[in-house]
Write a protein that binds this ligand. Structure first.
Ligand code: KG4
Ligand code: ZN
Length: 331
């Protein structure tokens, strides 16, 4: 086995991750060291503490995947590392680690766009994505609708004007006393409630852009006015509003851009009610729904390694230099 693997390294936010992936998307080993304990008392990610936790976790994560796969540096075709978008201090830890390993092991390093990693997550372990496709990327930092005719041909359709969906989940979760990140707990709470409050669905009837901050503020005002409302009903009503928005925008994107598939990726794509809602919509529209397995929905390094294979094939190797903001269309 010579140069048949890419080592992926991810440290853009609050997860330190490493993985070894073949060109076909087979994942030989993957480690994600989450930092929930570090950040839970702050109700969000505390950037400086995130960087410090990455410093202690990153080398053990790399060692763990190399050992697990029985791999040596000679097995590596490249190291793919997230260079953005993300928190500057967090990005620098992964980037410096990758740059050091690249020199020490004599392996090329490729700076990868984290959003392109999410896009490729649906093809890990098995090629699932059919083209042309409409992509919904919903994570803690992003809400993006895009169209793809091939992995290297991406056209933006719309993004959020303010908060991302994941951010709205996390902020509303905080109002309801849920631990950060609130996505999974919000889904569980919502499943016990009834969506009896009609929260606003901003920009529902226009275009492919999103807006979630009005919905978030409306939940906040409701909680101020009616502090005794059963929290599960508030959660159910909030989730229902998010699902209505996401379904309407995806339906419109697929109608405007007839496609074989809808690909839903990013941390919020782990949400069971979102998966169910998209499955029903796709069935009705005769479109295939492509989802990453749950473990590849949230941040991981396997998706970064698979994206790095695209770069390698295209002869592209952006240097390991951070870029805090990056559009999805950029390599
Ligand atoms: O992709 P990701 O791991 O990190 C970013 O790149 O931002 O996404 C994290 C986001 C968080 O906002 C989290 O609350 C949300 O994904 N999330 C979920 C679920 N699991 C994670 N949202 C809804 N339901 C879930 N099961
Ligand atoms: Zn992410």
């Amino acid at each position: 086995m010579t140069g048949k693997l890419i080592l992926g390294i991810e440290s853009s936010c609050d997860d330190t991750a490493a993985a070894l992936v073949t060109e076909q998307g087979e994942v030989l080993a993957s480690v994600v060291a989450a930092q929930e304990e570090v950040h839970k008392q702050w109700g969000g990610v505390y950037p400086e503490f995130a960087s410090r936790a990455h410093v202690t976790s990153v080398i053990p994560a790399v060692q763990a995947v190399m050992e697990k796969a029985g791999a040596t540096p000679a097995d590596l075709a490249a190291i793919g590392v997230t260079r953005g978008p993300g928190l500057i201090g967090s990005l620098l830890v992964g980037l410096n680690t990758a740059a050091g390993l690249s020199v020490g092991w004599d392996v090329p390093v490729i700076g990868v766009n984290h959003l392109r990693g999410h896009l490729r997550s649906a093809d890990l372990e098995e090629a699932r994505v059919k083209y042309p496709a409409v992509i919904l990327l919903v994570s803690g930092g992003h809400s993006i609708l895009a169209r793809m005719t091939a992995p290297d041909d991406i056209e933006m359709l719309g993004t959020t004007r303010d908060d991302s969906v994941g951010e709205a989940f996390d902020k509303v979760g905080r109002m309801l006393g849920l631990p950060f990140p609130a996505g999974p707990a919000m889904d569980r709470l919502a499943a016990q409630g009834t969506p009896r409050f009609k929260f606003p669905r901003p920009m529902l009837n226009e275009g492919l852009e999103f807006s979630f901050s009005g919905l978030k503020s409306s939940v906040a005002r409701h909680m101020e006015k009616f502090p005794d409302t059963p929290l599960e009903d508030v959660a159910a009503s909030f989730v229902e509003a998010c699902l209505d928005i996401l379904e309407t925008k995806c339906r419109r994107a697929l109608t405007d851009n007839p496609s074989k598939a809808l690909v839903v990726v990013g941390g919020v794509s782990a949400s069971p009610p979102l998966r169910a809602r998209m499955a029903t919509m796709c069935e009705g529209m005769g479109v295939e729904l492509c989802l990453p397995p749950l473990r590849w929905s949230t941040d991981n390094a396997a998706m970064i390694a698979l994206a790095a294979w695209d770069y390698l094939r295209a002869g592209l190797a952006p240097p390991p230099v951070p870029q805090v903001r990056m559009p999805i269309t950029q390599y």
